[in-house]
Design a binder for this molecule. Structure first.
Ligand SMILES: Nc1nc2c(c(=O)[nH]1)N[C@H]1C(S)=C(S)[C@@H](COP(=O)(O)OP(=O)(O)OC[C@H]3O[C@@H](n4cnc5c(N)ncnc54)[C@H](O)[C@@H]3O)O[C@H]1N2
Ligand code: MOO
Length: 412
């Protein structure tokens, strides 16, 4: 459906909204910057990464024991090897073993020339300068070949990969001290509403504490964005317009909360249309139907509904993919599925994201139970949930055991 008066689509499907917001984000890719590895966790690789050299760079022992030639191991009975030296990890001086010889070695030390096998120290008997090995050992055992982890020049990670602790560890194992990542998306949050007051202030009758500021800050951080600033703006068109213009100058993404619906003080749609461009307004989603997406200058603007649950649900379903696209992040978007543990009835034609808890049973099946109170002001429903179950537009009811898609909540 298109709003002819202002020529932007309205009441669009979640899939269309996601495609539109991702396209807007992907059209404004963030520049790369180099960061030290310690600052790289959670960041998004700007380039493909390959290691220059083998990791490990040399064949080494996987255990504390004796390095020898596998061909010398006894097929039956015992054999005594002549101990020709010792090598600790870090000792790179030349060393070799010949036929019938062995060298004491610790975990991580380079294998001496000639050796291809390590017998662990628990499995040998020492007699004078002799090391006695019984039959039953395996040639080639307990050795980590050069390049076992990564071969020289081997592809490691693609641009768009999120750097987890293990991936940062791999970069360090390549000897890198810094890495090129996408600049973290800069976000400004504007909460609105004359009834909304900051925690710490006295609460008058008719007022509510600002919970959206806290929830949105956490969601932004969890999605890899940097919160540049938060402002609370009163329901005054001039103040809102000024705040929107300033936010758009300082941010890649402006997230607003409230004032986007049909009330007399819901100024956001007209203001965004005036200072920028509205890409769409209203999505066939519950909660969060009045969400609006647009652009002001170079910034992407997501105007979220003020209801705390609606703001969080639209953030998770639509803003999170936009942040991923801004950073060029290649997320694994394969859906998760579970069975519903209780019957569900849906009496509207929007897609619904119900707050739920999941439980995995011994038979390997996963079950989800929606929170009993799904009101868009019941923040507790998100606080106590660990996933959102996705009820598509066309779904009217589900019986116990029916399969639904679900979205795990981040940071659990
Ligand atoms: N006649 C209609 N009324 C409403 C419609 C509609 O289509 N026609 N849509 C409803 C839906 S759905 C939603 S969702 C809300 C969204 O309204 P707004 O985005 O304009 O949000 P506000 O009216 O400003 O606030 C809604 C609600 O949330 C509380 N709020 C706002 N900001 C905060 C904050 N920072 N922290 C905590 N709570 C906040 C606010 O006090 C209101 O209770 O509109 C429906 N109405
Ligand atoms: O869509 Mo509103 O978010 O139902 O409360």
């Amino acid at each position: 459906m298109t709003n002819t008066a202002s020529s932007f689509p309205t009441a669009i499907s979640v899939a269309e909204a996601r495609a539109r917001i991702v396209a807007l984000a992907a059209a404004r890719p963030l520049p790369a910057e180099r960061v030290a590895l310690d600052a790289a966790y959670g960041r998004v690789l700007a380039h493909d990464v390959r290691g220059d050299d083998d990791v490990p760079a040399y064949a080494n022992s996987a255990m504390d024991g004796y390095a020898l030639r596998g061909a010398d191991l006894p097929a039956e009975g015992e054999r005594t090897f002549a101990l020709v030296g010792a090598r600790l990890a870090g000792d790179g001086r030349p060393a070799a073993v010949g036929e019938g010889e062995c060298l004491r070695i610790t975990t991580g030390a380079p294998l001496p020339a000639g050796a291809d096998t390590v017998v662990i120290k628990e499995n040998v008997r020492l007699e004078g300068a002799g090391v006695i090995v019984a039959a039953g050992e395996t040639a080639g055992a307990n050795v980590r070949p050069a390049g076992e982890d990564y071969r020289a020049g081997e592809f490691a990670f693609a641009a768009g990969t999120v750097l987890t602790p293990a991936r940062v560890g791999v970069l360090a194992s390549f000897g890198l001290v810094n890495v090129a990542v996408a600049r973290a998306p800069r976000a400004v949050v504007l909460t609105t509403g004359d009834e909304v007051v900051a925690p710490g202030m006295p609460l008058e009758y008719g007022q509510v504490y600002n919970s959206n500021r806290a929830s949105l800050a956490g969601l932004l951080r969890g999605a890899g964005a940097q919160l540049v600033r938060h402002e609370h703006v009163r329901d005054d068109p001039a103040a809102l317009e000024d705040a929107l213009r300033r936010a758009a100058r300082d941010a890649d993404l402006v997230v607003t909360s409230g004032g986007v619906s049909a009330g007399e003080a819901d100024f956001m749609p007209a203001l965004i249309a005036r200072v920028g461009r509205v890409d769409f307004w209203k999505v066939r989603i519950r909660p969060g139907m009045p969400m609006l997406v647009g652009e002001i200058g170079t910034a992407l603007v997501c105007a979220l509904p003020g209801n705390p649950v609606s703001g969080m649900a639209t953030f998770l379903t639509l803003v999170t993919p936009a942040l991923a696209a801004l950073a060029g992040r290649s997320d694994d978007v394969s859906p998760w599925y579970a069975r519903v543990a209780v019957p569900i009835v849906k009496n509207h034609r929007r897609a619904e994201y119900q707050r739920a808890r999941r439980e995995s049973r011994r038979d390997g099946s996963v079950w989800v139970t929606p929170f009993p109170r799904q009101g868009s002001g019941v923040l507790r429903s998100v606080a106590e949930a660990d996933c959102l179950i996705v009820l598509p537009e066309e779904t009217a009811s589900l019986a116990v055991g029916d399969i639904v898609e679900f979205l795990p909540l981040p940071g659990q």
